[in-house]
Structure formats: structure tokens, C-alpha cells
Design a protein around this ligand. Structure first.
Ligand code: ZN
Length: 274
């Protein structure tokens, strides 16, 4: 499932190719993904408009166009948003596509249909129910220890659950929460009510570094993530603990363990993470 780094990689890969392009056609091939696709609103708000900016909020890509609207896309579990050359045939599971004045087509392929796409007034996005309850972005500006600690005020949850609570902090999913806790030397089950200021500082640095390293590596491609040009990421080769149960810890050599928390697997080193 794409997390924050993958969406940031997608944004950066598409930005130079989309800025200034005009949307000349909107093709909707299915009535709904995770939510209904509003064909009329997509056409009315996007057709004929020029692309002004690409932004990211949590795991959503925002494509802002002229005329005061923004196209919002979430890839769900298995979505791919790519630019297809002029004349490329429609692919399997291509549910939505935008023809551009360059002749290319920006298309959303989503075999499992957990994605989301809609167009909304740009000025109203902050109040939109998809975004109204979201917490702080970890990278804009980079988190610091005291602030991360303040986000956990009143929370007694395990560190792993806290990092993945999008109402407090967005964009840190299962993979990057495990990796950040390893980098900070914190056990995933440790309550955040019992973390010292020094540990909060280490955790904030770890979250920012892990996400930035993943972005530089082009994201993590465990299933089928690809950027806007179809290129896979390779951060999976740098993962220290995620998916490595039984393998030696890269720092101390102890066997990595797996722990199930809230139905999700956490991976950790029993010696380095206390
Ligand atoms: Zn270790």
C-alpha cells in the first residue's frame, strides 16, 4: 500500500510533465472506486483547465487547475497514476483518464478499486471531510522532538500505534513506522506516555530521516507501486527490519522478531529496541 514517500515520489515524477498542460478530455469508465466517481463534477471542474500545481496532503495527491478547482487522487491499495503516450490503448483496470493537450493521457489504473478520485473547489479542500481531521505533515517543516511529544499529549498508545494515528501525524504507515522505531531504538509496544525527551528527539529525527531516505530511493515497491513514469522504487532493499522476521539485525545481529499489533505486523530487534 503506497505511503507518504510513494505519493511524494509520484508527485515529483509527474510535476515537471504536468505543469502548464491543459486537460482536454475526461474519461470515466466505472461508476465507483472506493467512493462513487462523479463524472459530471470531474468534467465540469477539470475539462479545458490548465494544471497549475501538484501538492501532497498525507497520502493524497492534489492536482490544482485553473478555474479554482483541484483534482484529488488517492491510490488506495494498488492504484497507479501514470502518463501514457499519445495513442496508447486503454489498459486493464484503467478506470479514469485525463487527455492532455500534449496528446498524452494521465490514467488511473486500480485493479482492487480502493482508490479515490474527485474534483473539488481548491478553496474548500481544508474543510473537506477527507482532510479536515488529518494531523501534522511530518516533513513540512521537518518534525522536532518537542513537537512530536506534544502531538502525543494525553495518549497512552503503543509507540507504533501512535505513529500510525493519522489524526495526530499523517503519512507514517506500517512499513515506515517499523523502520522509524528501529532507527530510534524504541520497542513498538512501548507506551508513548513513558518516552523521555531524549527518546522523542531520536524518534522525530528517525521519522524524518526514514521518510526522506525512502523518497530519495524512489519509494518502496513491495507490491506494485510505480511513479508517474512507471518506474519502481528500491527502498525495499534498504529496509532494516520490515518484512525481515528471523533475519539478523543489521546493527547487532540478533534475529528480527515480528509482533502483531492491531492486526498489523510490527518488526523489531529485541536487543536494539527496548
Ligand atoms: Zn539489533
Amino acid at each position: 500500500m503506497p505511503e507518504l514517500p510513494e505519493i511524494e515520489v509520484l508527485r515529483r515524477s509527474l510535476e515537471p510533465r504536468l505543469l502548464g498542460r491543459r486537460i482536454v478530455g475526461v474519461e470515466v469508465h466505472t461508476p465507483a472506486l472506493r467512493e462513487p466517481l462523479d463524472r459530471r463534477a470531474l468534467r465540469r471542474r477539470l475539462q479545458g483547465q490548465s494544471i497549475l500545481a501538484l501538492r501532497r496532503r498525507s497520502k493524497y495527491l492534489w492536482i490544482e487547475v485553473s478555474g479554482g478547482s483541484t483534482l484529488v487522487v488517492h491510490l488506495g491499495m494498488s492504484g497507479r497514476l501514470t502518463l501514457a503516450p499519445a495513442g496508447a490503448p486503454r489498459e486493464a483496470h484503467e478506470h479514469l483518464a485525463f487527455g492532455l493537450d500534449s496528446g498524452e493521457r494521465l490514467r488511473l489504473r486500480d485493479p482492487r478499486r480502493f482508490g479515490i478520485a474527485f474534483a473539488a473547489p481548491t478553496a474548500a479542500l481544508a474543510r473537506d471531510p477527507h482532510f479536515a481531521g488529518l494531523g501534522r505533515e511530518p516533513l513540512d517543516p521537518p518534525l522536532a522532538g518537542p513537537e512530536l511529544s506534544a502531538l502525543a499529549r494525553g495518549c497512552r498508545a503503543p509507540a507504533k500505534a501512535f505513529l500510525m494515528d493519522a489524526k495526530r501525524l499523517v503519512g507514517v504507515g506500517n512499513i515506515y513506522a517499523s523502520e522509524s522505531l528501529f532507527a530510534a531504538g524504541i520497542h513498538p509496544a512501548r507506551s508513548v506516555a513513558r518516552l523521555s525527551a531524549a527518546r522523542w528527539r531520536r524518534l522525530a529525527v528517525a521519522v524524518v530521516e526514514v521518510l526522506e531516505r525512502a523518497i530519495r530511493a524512489g519509494g518502496t515497491t513491495l507490491n506494485d507501486f510505480a511513479d508517474g513514469t512507471g518506474a519502481a522504487g528500491y527502498f525495499q532493499v534498504e529496509l532494516a527490519v520490515y518484512g525481515r522476521e528471523g533475519e539478523p539485525c543489521p546493527r547487532c545481529g540478533a534475529a528480527i522478531r515480528r509482533l502483531v499489533q492491531s492486526n498489523r505486523s510490527s518488526f523489531y530487534c529485541p536487543r536494539c529496541q527496548r
